[in-house]
Design a protein around this ligand. Structure first.
Ligand SMILES: [Zn+2]
Ligand SMILES: [Zn+2]
Length: 241
């Protein structure tokens, strides 16, 4: 199949995971403990994918200059998720005092729209380079998509939005992911720009969004799962690359 078609199909799959994550919190009774496992596994797998696969490939495509774009990708997410947004973290939003004004929930939504747009850029960039890179970036993105949808819907509920609007926010994140895939498909000649930028975004999501959530968990179990995520990449590399 054509790499662009594959990345669109997988972009839609990732989007569906966002929507599923949103449904978990909107349907109150669903068990959500398994989300923490996805966060920890995803943190390790994403970090390894970004540093061992995306960064070296970016340097090959763009030379030393890639470093600036990787840094820029990292800082873009720091700006939209944590600078213009007063309060944001992955996981369930339990700090209701922070969301006395509904607009704060929308600022988190905007930050996550930018982030998920780059999730889509990352998937399509991967497939433009090779099937292997595309599949592992998709896996890295997929692992944090359910917690991501859960997070945005949880924030919207904390901000006083209706269940319908809260779930709608996870649908918007899914749509932004697909929009990222489409954008990279249209500008596929800009791969030397798209891959390093999305590598910086991936490093941010892994190390600055997900790892802090892992570190909040008591005990060693979650911390160890990060290593399992890293090993998972090397196992895939051994058998499928
Ligand atoms: Zn909070
Ligand atoms: Zn994401």
């Amino acid at each position: 199949m054509h790499p662009i078609l594959v990345s669109i199909a997988l972009g839609l799959t990732a989007a569906a995971a966002n929507v599923f994550g949103g449904a978990i919190i909107v349907q109150k009774n669903w068990d959500r403990r398994f989300l923490n496992y996805f966060v920890a596994l995803g943190a390790g797998f994403m970090l390894a994918t970004a540093l061992v696969e995306m960064v070296p490939e970016s340097l090959t495509l763009r030379g030393r200059n890639a470093g600036f774009l990787i840094l820029l990708g990292y800082l873009i997410i720091h700006f939209f998720e944590h600078t213009v947004t007063p309060h944001f973290h992955f996981g369930e939003e339990t700090h209701h005092d922070e969301f006395a004004h509904t607009h704060k929930g929308y600022s988190v939504l905007v930050g996550l729209i930018i982030h998920t747009f780059f999730d889509g850029i990352a998937i399509a960039s991967g497939f433009i380079v090779s099937d292997w890179l595309g599949w592992i970036i998709f896996t890295a993105v997929f692992l944090h998509k359910i917690p991501e949808g859960f997070t945005v819907s949880s924030v919207m509920l904390a901000g006083g939005s209706s269940r319908r609007t809260a779930w709608g926010a996870s649908v918007i994140l899914g749509a932004a992911t697909v929009a990222g895939v489409m954008t990279m498909a249209l500008f596929r000649h800009e791969i030397a720009f798209g891959l390093p930028l999305s590598a910086g975004v991936t490093i941010y999501v892994a190390a600055s969004d997900l790892v802090p959530e892992v570190n909040k968990e008591p005990g060693v179990r979650m911390a160890l799962l990060v290593f399992v995520g890293v090993v998972f990449l090397f196992v895939l590399d051994t058998f499928f690359h």
